[in-house]
Design a protein around this ligand. Structure first.
Ligand SMILES: C[S@@+](CC[C@H](N)C(=O)[O-])C[C@H]1O[C@@H](n2cnc3c(N)ncnc32)[C@H](O)[C@@H]1O
Length: 448
């Protein structure tokens, strides 16, 4: 027999959900929370909702449990070119300036749809960028799309959509970028599909910004229609972390509703005649100005590390820190120059090799990154995150057997850690979380 969850238990569970997923359920949203529990309980194997809630709260949530909860507690409503004005501003103002400032240099552009749901927003960004950039092939473009709900991500990755996703889309969208399939379904063209990389990321966790989750040095982040479900303190924390993910002069877009309720203090709000976007810069400035001169980068929160390493000379930690900061800002050439110096000065330091690997990886020099990671592992056989990076490189290149070998090493090394231990050099990744990521990769999920 299923018992009704008492109000007291509901208070505790709503706090638990807020802490693990950011989602805010004040008393007026308790009916939604009760509905979510009712539909989630059978997925957790419970007929009794009280027992289910008590069991969930008895230990830290696993990624699988978070995914089930996300599927039942979050709203998966989205469509192409939602809030058109933001995309017009992108086309008319932001992208032209960004493209102009990068053309002839490294020609890098990095966009992120955080809380992408089933992918319509990320593909809208990809299409907008494609239309703005006739020589797209000459550019290194990253469009990262993340969500806490793996089912949404799996659907997004198929690139097939029904009519409802086009409810407010311009007429040219289907004609130019989709192929019609049976049953009024539309498949996005492969060249657009390939522009977007879908990954699992829980905004309530501290796994960003990070080179490891590729969430650093973003030029533009769309994080829309998700923070309105978060508790104010959680949403402020997310905004602060997103701020650190952006390059100086980078942009954050919230939805119109969120803009009305939150005014991120760290940003300059720029009003584009009907759409407000937030720009990362020290001083408020007029819309779309010439590139902002670099300012002091906020120092990332020191990451806790459990494994003792030999003490480093103070100038070495300084160099490591500066290299990381430059890389996080997307100043890759400068970061590499410093990493090279570090490697020369600290020939036996595995962290120096690892940092260098991450930088050259971001520059697209994958064989060089692989060599640097191997050197890091040669210097420290227990360097778990370096094995993981090496495994990812092999996996992305389709060398699945080699990837499997590296991931097996990771899992073996993880036995030495407690679930909640933060792994060295991982920028906040816990041992338990990494184990889950690897298990889900092995099960063939399209997300990491
Ligand atoms: C209403 S959709 C927004 C989709 C899209 N950004 C848009 O504006 O159309 C909200 C999305 O937020 C996701 N979400 C909820 N909590 C999250 C969290 N803690 N981390 C990441 N995504 C989350 C949900 O899974 C859902 O896909």
């Amino acid at each position: 027999m299923s018992h009704e969850v008492s109000n007291l238990l509901l208070v505790q569970f709503s706090e638990f959900v807020a802490a693990h997923m950011g989602l805010h359920f004040p008393a007026e949203r308790w009916p939604d929370l009760r509905r979510g529990i009712r539909s989630a309980a059978p997925e957790f194997g419970y007929t009794d909702e009280v027992a289910c809630v008590q069991r969930l709260m008895s230990a830290p949530l696993t990624r699988h449990q978070i995914e089930i909860l996300a599927g039942n507690l979050t709203v998966g409503e989205t469509y192409f070119f939602r809030e058109k004005r933001a995309f017009e501003v992108l086309t008319e103002r932001i992208l032209p300036e960004l493209i102009q400032s990068r053309r002839g240099g490294e020609q890098l552009l990095r966009l992120w749809s955080a809380a992408c749901c089933t992918g319509e927003e990320a593909y809208s960004l990809a299409i907008t960028l494609r239309r703005a950039l006739p020589d797209l092939k000459e550019w290194q473009v990253t469009i990262l799309a993340t969500d806490v709900n793996s089912r949404f991500l799996q659907k997004a990755a198929t690139g097939v959509f029904g009519e409802w996703s086009f409810r407010d889309a311009p007429a040219w969208l289907k004609e130019q970028y989709f192929r019609r399939e049976e049953g009024n379904r539309y498949a996005i063209l492969p060249e657009i599909r390939q522009m977007v990389q879908f990954e699992h990321l829980n905004l309530a966790e501290g796994s960003y910004p990070s080179l490891l989750t590729d969430t650093n040095a973003m030029d533009l982040i769309f994080c829309r229609n998700v923070l309105m479900y978060f508790a104010p303190t959680q949403s402020q924390r997310v905004v602060a972390q997103l701020h650190r993910c952006l390059v100086d002069g980078g942009w954050l877009a919230l939805s119109a509703t969120e803009t009305a309720i939150a005014s991120p203090q760290q940003f300059a709000a720029v009003n584009f005649d009907g759409a407000i976007l937030y720009r990362k810069c020290e001083r408020p400035q007029s819309p779309v100005v010439a590139p902002v001169p670099p300012v002091a980068w906020p120092v990332p929160v020191a990451e806790p590390q459990r494994v003792a390493s030999p003490p480093l000379a103070p100038d070495v930690p300084d160099m490591i820190q500066s290299t990381r900061e430059l890389a996080n800002q997307g100043r890759l050439a400068e970061a590499l120059a410093l990493a090279d110096k570090l490697v020369m000065a600290e020939k036996l330091n595995p962290v120096a090799q690892y940092l260098r690997a991450m930088i050259v990886m971001e520059q697209g020099a994958l064989p060089e990154a692989s060599k640097a990671l191997q050197r890091a592992i040669y210097l420290d056989h227990d360097f778990v995150i370096a094995y993981f990076a090496l495994g990812n490189l092999a996996r992305n290149a389709g060398r699945m057997k080699e990837a499997g070998k590296h991931f097996k090493n990771v899992l073996n090394l993880l036995h030495r850690y407690q679930q909640d231990d933060i792994l060295p050099e991982s920028e906040g990744m816990s041992a338990g979380r990494l184990a889950e990521i690897i298990h889900s990769m092995r099960e063939g999920a399209p997300v990491s």
